[in-house]
Design a protein around this ligand. Structure first.
Ligand code: SF4
Ligand code: SF4
Length: 326
């Protein structure tokens, strides 16, 4: 019997999700025994015309990682949606916008200005910036359009399932592939990960006092967390109360607080707001001055509360940025 085909594709991402597959090392042979990899740009040279030649449904599932920002990425994901029976948003960036989604805190003009003019490592005396249309020696060259926003995958195409994480751990990937092969998939739209919050599975939860007060936010860059203590109780902001479990507490085990890459628990409409509500009720200050000092001790609140999910949040982008582009 022919093996089911799978496709891997990447959009705006760092390549870490591809590493989940590469890190399998010799175990990749087990994957190849179960499925045929029909597309994997990081490892196999294939052209768009090869994919265009597929019939719809030829490929069982596309694992698409990365957020979407370029017109070319939109064309590719639309093509994969047409040809693949299932589409899985693979990893935090496809799921919620991820780290590239933090670009929604600024705007396209600022990004180009920093990248091509202001950055201290850039030497660009002629002030050249990429153009969508260029003619060089009589040849027309075209670059994709750089959108004003970074979008999660489900804002561009219909998505069947979500595999969270930065990157998704391989046991979750294996669970998803097994469910596809056995036809035992959860309802469409499900996030393939446990529904409990990370705090519910974290070994440090027992050290969290019933009455917890926060008087200052510490940073791991300047203080070392107590390896036995709940980070929140120790004064470090940890996204555990608002984040799905299933990662194996990777950061916690490395003595780093959770940054929220698995996305919100099913009951959270907005993970940043859920954590903000949980934290705000525990902040303790005797005066307005103390309250300001407490708020100021949290460096980069937007990048902390929405590190992995700004484009998928209720905010979607900075209001200043919206104004700057309209
Ligand atoms: S806040 Fe963080 S350290 Fe504390 S119990 Fe939750 S996940 Fe664990
Ligand atoms: S601890 Fe948090 S940030 Fe770290 S891998 Fe798990 S969900 Fe992601």
């Amino acid at each position: 019997m022919a093996k089911p085909k799978v496709a891997f594709y990447w959009c705006a991402s760092c390549g870490g999700c591809e590493e989940t597959i590469v890190d399998l090392a010799e175990d990749i042979l087990g994957v190849v025994e179960a499925v045929d990899i029909a597309l994997w740009p990081v490892a196999i040279d294939m052209k768009r015309k090869d994919v265009e030649a597929w019939e719809p449904g030829d490929v069982a599932v596309a694992f698409i990682n990365g957020a979407v920002r370029l017109s070319e990425q939109k064309e590719w994901v639309e093509l994969l949606r047409e040809k693949c029976s299932l589409v899985i948003a693979f990893g935090s960036c496809a799921h919620m916008g991820g780290i590239p989604g933090l670009a929604n805190a600024t705007n396209r003009e600022e990004i180009f200005a920093n990248k091509y003019h202001r950055s201290p490592t850039v030497a660009n005396p002629d002030g050249i910036v990429p153009q969508e249309q260029t003619n060089v020696d009589g040849y027309d060259l075209e670059l994709p359009t750089f959108w004003k926003d970074v979008k999660p995958l489900n804002e561009v195409i219909d998505v069947d399932y979500y595999l969270p994480g930065c990157p998704p751990p391989f046991d979750l990937v294996a669970t998803a592939v097994g469910a596809i092969l056995e036809g035992k998939l959860p309802p469409k739209g499900s996030v393939i990960a446990p529904e409990k919050a990370l705090c519910d599975t974290c070994e440090r939860n027992d050290t969290k006092p019933d009455e917890m007060t926060i008087t200052e936010f510490k940073r791991t860059a300047t203080s070392t967390p107590d390896p036995e203590k709940c980070f929140l109780a120790d004064g470090f902001l940890c996204m555990g109360p608002a984040t799905r479990s299933g990662c194996g507490e990777r950061c916690i085990n490395g003595n780093m607080p959770c940054r929220g890459c698995f996305g919100p628990t099913p009951d959270a409409i907005d993970p940043g707001l859920k954590l903000l509500a949980a934290i705000a009720s525990r902040g303790e200050a005797d005066s307005e001055e103390d309250a300001k000092a407490l708020a100021d001790s949290l460096v980069d609140p937007l990048g902390t509360y929405y590190r992995f999910g700004l484009p998928a949040s209720m905010l979607k982008r900075s209001a200043d940025t919206e104004r700057a582009q309209t």
